[in-house]
Ligand binder design. Structure first.
Ligand code: GDP
Length: 300
């Protein structure tokens, strides 16, 4: 929590502190509510969630009458928590059975942190006592397989890779086959995220998914989203969600943005929970998404 707080320091300044300062004004006039709305929109909370939050805050502040800073803080905390959602299933499912390992596919636009996230997730799983096989199915970015293999060596997971510019689906297939042969607990598949055309992406990811499912059911399809890309990122996210059934979101680079509100916006947009957050480039910089810790870090 301490680390998350430190990392989200910038969000804290812009969102939570900004809101508290505004709410603490003696007269909450129309202009102030507009400023509150702007603060939320600037933090990428999104239009609908912002309107909902402001409406609820207005009503609760009205009912409260005079208000102490503690009351305001408590109220804001509760309402932000409601918005973020406390009862969503944020577990990354990697359940294996006797015959097949847990299978997780990692998708997203290039540059969002897909490969890094796959490596970090492998580390978390290995630290948890699980044996992990990595599938380097991003065969389009020349360095991606090397990068993944380096992560694998670092964390103690074997990497299955194919020829450069080879067929991503066949690498994914081989990785799961290998996972089964080794009796691995989990297979993580890094995919390519070329948004050249939607049909191209659909063909490619659809094929990877179909081929993998010949071995056994997919436990998760995680969409990696760069928190610093704001509305653009949301547009991309929508395209991926139309192509495959996303089961969870990994929001990366939260360490580099003041716009923590994207958590709310993307969950709304896709109807899927944020399960993990990326807080840096290092191997330990992947954390489960915990609504309470997140909101506390936002309000400081
Ligand atoms: P991919 O193309 O989606 O596989 O993206 P990469 O995994 O290669 O990551 C792109 C860049 O983002 C690399 O320089 C990563 O180190 C960096 N990166 C990934 N996740 C994070 C994060 O959570 N925080 C920060 N600051 N950088 C990250």
């Amino acid at each position: 929590l301490v680390r998350l707080r430190a990392r989200l320091a910038r969000s804290q300044n812009s969102l939570g502190k900004g809101l508290l300062t505004l709410l603490s004004r003696e007269h909450l006039d129309e202009d102030t509510w507009e400023e509150i709305e702007e603060t939320l929109l600037t933090a990428d909370v999104g239009v609908m969630p912002t309107q909902e939050l402001v409406e609820r805050l207005r009503e609760r502040v009205r009912v409260l009458g005079t208000r102490t800073p503690e009351e305001l803080r408590g109220l804001l905390r509760e309402e932000l928590l409601t918005l973020v959602g406390t009862d969503l299933d944020r577990t990354v499912h990697t359940e294996s059975d006797l015959d097949t390992p847990g299978i997780v596919m990692v998708v997203g636009v290039n540059g969002t942190g897909k490969t890094t996230t796959t490596g970090k997730l492998a580390r978390v799983l290995v630290a948890d006592g699980k044996s992990v096989v990595l599938g380097a199915a991003d065969t389009f970015r020349a360095a991606a397989a090397d990068q993944l293999q380096t992560w694998g060596e670092r964390v103690g997971a074997r990497t299955v890779r194919g020829p450069e510019a080879g067929d991503p689906a066949s690498v994914a297939y081989d990785a799961v086959k290998e996972g089964i042969a080794e009796g691995a607990d989990v297979v993580l598949i890094d995919t390519a995220g070329r948004l050249h055309t939607k049909t191209g992406l659909m063909d490619e990811l659809g094929k990877v998914k179909r081929v993998v499912e010949k071995h056994g059911p997919l436990d998760e399809i995680l969409l990696v989203l760069d928190a610093t890309t704001g509305q653009n990122g949301l547009v991309q996210a929508r395209v991926f969600a139309e192509v495959v059934d996303i089961t969870g979101i990994v929001l990366t680079k939260l360490d580099g943005t003041a716009k923590g509100g994207i958590v709310v916006a993307v969950q709304r947009e896709l109807g899927v929970p944020v399960k993990l957050i990326g807080l840096g480039e290092g191997p330990d910089d992947l954390a489960p998404f915990e609504p309470e810790a997140f909101v506390d870090a936002l309000i400081g």
